[in-house]
Design a protein around this ligand. Structure first.
Ligand SMILES: NC(=O)c1ccc[n+]([C@@H]2O[C@H](COP(=O)([O-])OP(=O)(O)OC[C@H]3O[C@@H](n4cnc5c(N)ncnc54)[C@H](OP(=O)(O)O)[C@@H]3O)[C@@H](O)[C@H]2O)c1
Length: 367
């Protein structure tokens, strides 16, 4: 079968085996780890943990999926010394957005492809000075950096991008996500990284010096930029337009307590400005209190393309039934997006890799 120019060769044409390192074993990392150990084409060769309590544990005991013979380590030198094709990089994201770059570059330079769920969907957005270190590491190790996941990684990069291919005119694209975060368990992540429970006088989501704002803007600017760029348009800038909503009462959530009057919902919005106008809006509502949700917020994602034709896509992930593990739909979905990309990432040329798009909207239509 003839191959399409510019499309990565289909590695699924021949079944290959891949040696995999799982980096971090939180809720997403464990879902990936189980998917690796259960996959006939993947060999788990290493596990990197942060928690001292997990050091030396068998990966299977961490993920409750039966013995693997692979012991977890917190030591970077041990991970670098492993012979592996790919690292599934799932640590907790930390401000600043570049927090994990040094580790990622060392992994790449050691010859391991890296699949991250913490952004990196379009590093070129930041310019040559930013990408130089990453590109040098990729070149040294002959390796590829790929960012995937759900958002970032899927709803804009794959679903929205594919939908644009039906349009002969696009005036505006909106991607909105709405998540009830009450069951997110980790207090460090919920309060320090995402900014819940903060005093409203002390936070300004639009002020990039506030660490959570810098982090979110870092990660999601790349999502905005890659879509605009893929459609052949020039991005003037990414414009932040965020707001916080305050708890109407004391809240008890899985991660702890949110006091009345402190931040209980964040509505992040970034507009991609093209020719001086808002062309793309990425809206993310994460909330701890239903009082702030309107009826239309209930779906996980909604994509609205105003154009010819207009398009609306509503997408939800359904809770899994009859599975061996209690992971939520999002955890299975993140693992799916990561594991399914391994053959493509391992076959890609060295450098940063963008999610391939087939025949998206060509911005050069005339009416
Ligand atoms: N792209 C997407 O769609 C998507 C979706 C969901 C989540 N994510 C991202 O994935 C990341 C992990 O999510 P999660 O739900 O698995 O989080 P989690 O359950 O809180 O687990 C994060 C893990 O990170 C490790 N960790 C601990 N301290 C750390 C530190 N100081 N620096 C870095 N890592 C540390 C720990 O690994 P050990 O337990 O092994 O020590 C911890 O279990 C989050 O940052 C989130 O933003 C992305």
């Amino acid at each position: 079968m003839a191959r399409l120019e510019g499309v990565v060769a289909d590695p699924k044409e021949t079944i290959m085996r891949y040696r995999v390192i799982q980096w971090a074993t939180g809720s997403m990392g464990k879902a990936c780890l189980r998917a690796v150990t259960n996959h006939p084409d993947l060999d788990l060769v290493g596990v990197r943990v942060y928690a001292k309590s997990k050091e030396g544990m068998d990966a299977g005991d961490i993920a409750r999926c039966g013995p693997t013979g692979v012991k977890a380590t917190s030591r970077m030198d041990e991970i670098l010394a492993l012979d592996a094709d790919v690292v599934l990089h799932c640590p907790r994201i930390q401000p600043p957005y570049t927090h994990h770059n040094q580790d990622i570059c060392r992994l790449l330079a050691s010859g391991k492809n890296v699949i991250s769920i913490n952004g990196h969907v379009y590093p070129p957005y930041w310019g040559p000075e930013y990408t130089q270190e990453i590109n040098e590491a990729c070149a040294k190790g002959g390796a590829t950096l790929f960012g995937t996941g759900l958002n970032p990684g899927f709803i804009t990069e794959r679903i929205t991008m594919a939908a644009t291919g039906l349009c002969t005119r696009i005036d505006h694209i909106r991607v909105s996500e709405s998540v009830n975060c009450t069951t997110v368990p980790n207090p460090d992540y919920v309060f320090d990284v995402l900014g819940f429970g903060a005093n409203p006088g002390e936070v300004d989501l639009n002020e990039s010096s506030w660490p959570p704002a810098e982090l979110m803007t870092g990660m999601y600017s790349e999502v905005v930029a890659q879509l605009v760029d893929r459609l052949g348009l020039h991005l003037d800038r990414v414009e932040p337009d965020h707001e916080v909503l305050l708890a109407t009462k004391n809240l008890h959530i899985a991660a702890g307590r949110i006091k009345k009057g402190t931040v209980c919902a964040t509505h992040w919005q970034w507009h991609g400005i093209v020719n001086g106008k808002r062309f793309f809006t990425l809206s993310i509502r994460w909330t701890m209190e239903d009082a702030h949700l309107t009826e239309t917020d209930n779906s996980l994602w909604k994509v609205t393309i105003c154009g010819i034709p207009g398009i609306e896509i509503v997408m939800n992930l359904k809770p899994p039934k009859n599975t061996a593990y209690k992971s939520a739909a999002e955890q299975f979905a993140v693992a799916g997006s990561v594991i399914n990309s391994i053959p493509e990432v391992c076959a890609a040329p060295p450098g940063t890799m963008r999610i391939p798009a087939f025949a998206p909207y060509l911005s050069r239509f005339r009416e």
